[in-house]
Design a protein around this ligand. Structure first.
Ligand code: ATP
Length: 210
C-alpha cells in the first residue's frame, strides 16, 4: 500500500503538482493526465529521484527513513529511457541483476519474454527507441520489487509487446507486487485484467482518485 501526504512539487517556484493525501491500495493503478500534467514528476518522486515536500510511505516504511530499502524495492521504468551509449544491454542487465538481487533464472526469463536477447550484446547507443524501451522494461522487473512504476510502458511498443508487458505486470501482481502505470492508450483492449484498474487523474496540478 502506497500513501502520499502533504505532497507538493514546484520547479523554479511554480507548482507542478499538489497531493494533500492519497492512498493507493489497489494492486493496479492507472494514472491519467494530459501532456505536462505531472505524471513523470510524480513517478520520479515516488522513485526517490527528485526532491519534493511531503511524505511517501510504502507498506509502512517512509521513504526518507528507509532510503536504501526503498531503492531496493521500488523499480521504475522511464517514459523515454536514456542509457549510457557505450554500455551494452547486457552490461545494464547484469548491473541491475546485482544491485536488485535478481536471480539468473528470473533475468533470463525476462530477457526472453521481452525478446531482448538478440541485441543485448550491442551497445545501447545503437538501439532504436523500441529496443531501448524493451530493455528498460526488462530492468524494471528485475529483483523482488514491492512497487513497480511504469511510465508510458506501452509507448513505442508493437501491439504484441504491449500485451506481453501487461501480462507480465499481471504475473507480478499475482505475486503481491503493486503496479502503477501511466498510459495515453486504452489498457482494457490489451489486457482484460486492466479493466479492473484503479484510476487517478492529474488535472489542474492536483491528483484526483476516480
Ligand atoms: N526538470 C524540470 N525543470 C523545470 N520544469 C520541469 C522539469 N521537469 C518537468 N518540468 C515541468 O513539469 C511539468 C510536468 O512535467 P511532466 O514531465 O511531469 O509531465 P507528464 O505528465 O509526464 O507529461 P507527458 O505526458 O507529456 O510526458 C511540465 O510543465 C514540465 O515542463
Amino acid at each position: 500500500m502506497l500513501q502520499i501526504e502533504g505532497y507538493h512539487k514546484a520547479y523554479h517556484g511554480q507548482t507542478i503538482l499538489r497531493i494533500p493525501a492519497v492512498t493507493f491500495d489497489q494492486p493496479r493503478t492507472w494514472i491519467k493526465g494530459g501532456n505536462g500534467a505531472g505524471k513523470s514528476t510524480l513517478f520520479k518522486s515516488l522513485a526517490a529521484l527528485i526532491p519534493f515536500e511531503g511524505t511517501i510511505t510504502l507498506n509502512g516504511k517512509e521513504m526518507r527513513k528507509h532510503l536504501q530499502h526503498w531503492r531496493s524495492v521500488v523499480n521504475y521504468a522511464e517514459a523515454e529511457p536514456i542509457f549510457p551509449a557505450f554500455l551494452t544491454g547486457e552490461d545494464l542487465i547484469r548491473w541491475y541483476q546485482q544491485t536488485k538481487r535478481g536471480t539468473p533464472e528470473q533475468v533470463n526469463k525476462l530477457i526472453d519474454t521481452l525478446g531482448v536477447r538478440k541485441y543485448m550484446h550491442q551497445k545501447v547507443g545503437g538501439y532504436s527507441s523500441g529496443m531501448a524501451k524493451k530493455l528498460s522494461l526488462v530492468l524494471a522487473f528485475i529483483g523482488c520489487p514491492e512497487l513497480i512504476l511504469l511510465d508510458e510502458p506501452l509507448a513505442t511498443l508493437d501491439v504484441e509487446a504491449q500485451a506481453i508487458i501487461l501480462a507480465l505486470t499481471d504475473e507480478y501482481v499475482q505475486q503481491g507486487v503493486q503496479v502503477i502505470l501511466t498510459s495515453h492508450q486504452g489498457l482494457a483492449a490489451v489486457s482484460e485484467q486492466w479493466q479492473y484498474v484503479h484510476t487517478c487523474l492529474i488535472a489542474d496540478k492536483n491528483l484526483t482518485q476516480l
